[in-house]
Ligand binder design. Sequence first.
Ligand SMILES: N[C@@H](CCC(=O)N[C@@H](CS)C(=O)NCC(=O)O)C(=O)O
Length: 220
Amino acid sequence: MTARYTLVLGTKDWSSWSLRAYVALRATGAPFEEVFVPLRQQPLTGDEIKKHSGAGRVPILKIQDGGRSATVWDSLAICETLAERHPEAKLWPSDPFVRAEARSCSAEMHSGFADVRDQLSMDFVWRKPLPELREETRLQLARILDAWSSALERFGQDGGYLFGGFSVADCMYAPVVSRFVTYGVVVPESVKAYLARMMALPAMKDWAVASQQEVDAGLA
Ligand SMILES: N[C@@H](CCC(=O)N[C@@H](CS)C(=O)NCC(=O)O)C(=O)O
């Protein structure tokens, strides 16, 4: 019997952390159900999320398999768990040295770039002018571009993603890809191709359709 996955997600147009878990789960090819929690509607948002996890944050992945179950909260923990459960999806590079760098790049995203997240908040289907950037935001954008360019130059020829084949690192940066598109951030040619490749993923396209539906329904 296959595992049963339920992914608890926030409003897709806004929920950058949910997008990471979603693209990772889609990359495994495993079937899953979605539970939608509308964001920015406190206290409803908090109450709904806490029905699934005391951490009070989405995404949350619920796993039922072989009579056992687990609740995984936090986007990076979800990516790690899926990589472990679905080795065939190769969510981490097989080469340990490349993998070490892919992990670093993912962790850097997870624990950093607060100003980029704050000033360029994810609004998946919208196209907006780039706001006047704070110095910190500017530096963080430059760092992201540098990390991407370097990874793509060294490993990208083997698949077109940051570390070659599609990996957790691409999942972790998927919301940044969307932000770059939304705010028209100017990027070098090699990164332009990467943005286009990411936005063309079926998971990203489906996310865009669902985000647009939310916008049309007045939910985002
Ligand atoms: N560290 C968490 C952060 C998740 C997070 O902050 N999620 C936001 C939505 S994108 C949330 O749940 N916010 C709850 C709220 O708005 O009340 C992760 O990576 O999953």
